[in-house]
Design a binder for this molecule. Structure first.
Ligand SMILES: [Zn+2]
Ligand SMILES: [Zn+2]
Length: 558
């Protein structure tokens, strides 16, 4: 259990207590505890009780509650508040822009207790009559509600991984003998958002249905599959087949409709024979095996038949960490800790790119801090050689598209990553003005998270990808594929356009702690969908190649 998970209990508790009008001092102490736990470097689960109780802002009473959470994965005080809160009101907490104060007004004064009612009230312009709700706030709440309703029951790929792993273990135990199963559909295709899982199996339908019902799944049968919804509202669709149809069913579920249409129109294709393996399906139309993540666009079938399938990048092709934060801005670990972890994981270099001065909310670096940080990096480079820490910065792209420091400061970085973090609500015209100005700036080497999107929670600002990629090609600027599972930005659907123009992509973890390095693999999984190879990815450069790249980027500045 991570500290932030424990912190979440207290954060939710303080919000619910505020909704129920409890003592402000108590509320404050729980919200402070949440903050303290979240910021704490050492894992609480490894602590002795007396150590835990002696932390400022925790103490005996809250410490006992922390132990309760660790031992029982629940907090009885929180449960009691959840119990007396209507489900809909509880759900309001998930809506962006709705804090406890506004929720109290909505619940107690407007007497609204569900998301649907609240949306209706916004459409009816009812909120504006209440204190704290202007027309703009109401519009924002309405947009957030629409967004929320659209995305219910949808999960990030990364959120589904543990569920799938557990399911695989449980099924492997359950299915002994010749029975088969395959996790197919969008998961097999490595899509960034998963609406539901599709599983093909030769296992007895009756037995599996009983097993799932025992595990509290709600199962309903339709024409094609058995739909089972768990307590987390996530849907699993089970397709029961016999062995003669198993591989074909798995194949049809793992390809996009356009891909399948093209497949079935192949003159050599016939579904008459039962396939004996996945490869067997490809043999029939004389095609090399196409990995599932590439089964999106029909054109990939011709590429395969002409033996032109790309050699897909693999997680072990990442040679260095680019775009990482440290305690100098909003990171959890020091540069040295980040570097040692990178060495231990076998990376050859680390590019530290903390936030720049305008990002005050994220502890952006003043000019003096930049200089001090560079002295620390010089010292660490002596100590940790041959490992190299590069001096980088994630410079805010300001409102007019300029970078965040004067030229003489920008000149002292090995690499500048330029990203937009503020005023995200803008027209395409405005967004493109800022982006193109940044890309045209000779100090910019990498464009960070190009659209600013947060999957399932925030749409990115509108971007003309063609124009952006043209500008990157003209200026030798690399496009980031931010590997954070909630970003995966730029979207893989545009990467082929960049590759056509030899624009490099860089799979970067944007790590705010050591654990963030592991996100690289989610970047790799979606990059595979775009047909990216290691040679086209900057973070696959080895140290010598990276030194050369830095030198080349510096030559742009003269
Ligand atoms: Zn950023
Ligand atoms: Zn960042």
């Amino acid at each position: 259990m991570h500290n932030y998970e424990i912190a979440e209990y207290f954060s939710l508790l303080s919000k619910l207590m505020e909704i129920h009008g409890e003592n402000p001092f108590k509320i404050k102490s729980y919200s402070n505890a949440a903050f303290t736990l979240d910021k704490l470097n050492d894992p609480v689960i490894d602590m002795e009780p007396h150590q835990l109780f002696s932390i400022r802002g925790i103490g005996d009473a809250i410490g006992q509650k922390v132990l309760e959470i660790i031992d029982y994965k629940r907090l009885s005080l929180l449960d009691s508040y959840i119990e007396k809160t209507p489900t809909g009101v509880f759900e309001f907490l998930k809506i962006k822009g709705l804090g406890p104060k506004k929720i109290v007004t909505i619940w107690k004064e407007l007497e609204i207790e569900s998301i649907g009612e609240l949306l209706y009230a916004c459409e009816e312009n009812r909120l504006v009559k209440y204190k704290g709700f202007g027309a703009k706030t109401q519009q924002n709440i309405q947009d957030a509600l629409v967004f929320y309703l659209q995305h219910q029951g949808r999960y990030l790929f990364q959120q589904v991984v543990p569920l799938v792993e557990n399911l695989k273990i449980a099924l492997a135990e359950k299915i002994n003998g010749p029975d088969l199963f395959s996790i197919s559909g969008g998961y097999k295709r490595q899509l960034e958002i998963i609406d539901h899982l599709e599983i093909v199996t030769t296992f007895s339908e009756k037995e599996l249905t009983n097993w799932l019902t025992e595990k509290s799944f709600q199962c309903t049968k339709n024409e094609k599959y058995l739909s089972c919804i768990g307590t987390d509202k996530f849907e699993i669709r089970w397709y029961f087949t016999d062995i003669s149809d198993f591989y074909w069913t798995d194949f049809t579920l793992s390809g996009s409709p356009e891909f399948l249409e093209k497949w079935e129109s192949d003159p050599l294709f016939s579904k008459k024979i039962p396939f004996i393996s996945e490869k067997n399906i490809f043999d029939q139309i004389n095609s090399p095996f196409i990995p599932a993540p590439l089964r999106e666009l029909p054109a990939i079938i011709d590429l395969a038949k002409n033996n032109k399938l790309p050699k897909l990048i693999q997680p072990e092709d990442i040679k260095g960490i680019i775009h990482s934060h440290s305690t100098w801005s909003d990171g959890v670990h020091t540069i040295e800790q980040m570097a040692l972890a990178a060495i231990e994981k076998g990376y050859e270099y680390l590019m530290i790119s903390d936030h720049s001065k305008s990002a005050f909310y994220a502890g952006g670096l003043s000019i003096d801090s930049v200089k001090a940080q560079h002295r620390e990096i010089d010292m660490l480079n002596k100590k940790l050689a041959p490992f190299v820490i590069f001096k980088s910065i994630e410079s805010d792209i300001l409102n007019d598209g300029s970078l965040d420091y004067p030229e003489e400061i920008l000149a002292c970085f090995d690499i500048v990553i330029a990203s937009i973090h503020s005023n995200l609500k803008m027209t395409e015209e405005k967004a493109m003005m800022r982006l193109l100005n940044a890309v045209n700036n000779p100090y910019t080497s990498i464009l960070g998270h190009p659209t600013g999107r947060l999957l399932l929670s925030r749409k990115g600002y509108p971007v003309n990808h063609e124009a952006l990629i043209d500008a990157c090609a003209d200026n030798n600027v690399v496009l980031e594929l931010n590997a954070h599972p909630r970003r995966l930005d730029m979207d893989w659907r545009f990467i082929h356009l960049a590759l056509q123009q030899d624009v490099l992509i860089s799979i970067n973890p944007d790590a705010h702690a050591i654990e963030g390095y592991d996100d690289c693999k989610y970047g790799v999984l979606v990059a595979q969908k775009a047909g990216l190879s290691a040679a086209q990815n900057l973070s696959s450069f080895n140290l010598a190649e990276m030194m050369e790249f830095v030198e080349f980027q510096q030559s742009k500045r003269n």
